[in-house]
Design a protein. Structure first.
Length: 110
């Protein structure tokens, strides 16, 4: 499967556990660890349900000050990392990706 930290979810998976694992894997520590989930590979029977629920949950994550215990996604480490993330989004779009949510730096604080 190569690199880039794939998470595989099969048709018979416990979707609640898989969704929680995917959210933590992708957004925990703001995705700034070497083991952060970068790809989610779904078996065909759960693609629509999993994707819709994952997007909804991602959109509801609380973003803000990482020292606030209620915050689920803290800031990226510095401006250079924000630029790197944006560069990868831009590459994905140029290669044909269709974003379902996000894809831009947050400019307003909570």
């Amino acid at each position: 499967m190569g690199g880039k930290n794939a998470q595989i979810v099969m048709n018979d998976a416990n979707l609640e556990l898989a969704l929680e694992g995917a959210l933590w894997g992708a957004f925990g520590t703001t995705g700034q660890r070497c083991t952060a989930t970068s790809r989610i590979l779904l078996q065909s029977g759960i693609v629509k349900e999993f994707t819709a629920e994952f997007v909804a949950r991602a959109q509801s994550l609380k973003v803000g000050n990482g020292l606030d215990a209620s915050v689920q996604v803290g800031p990226q480490v510095n401006a250079a990392q924000i630029e790197t993330s944006q560069r990868y989004v831009d590459i994905a779009i140029a290669e044909g990706a269709h974003l379902l949510t996000g894809g831009h730096p947050l400019t307003n604080g909570p």
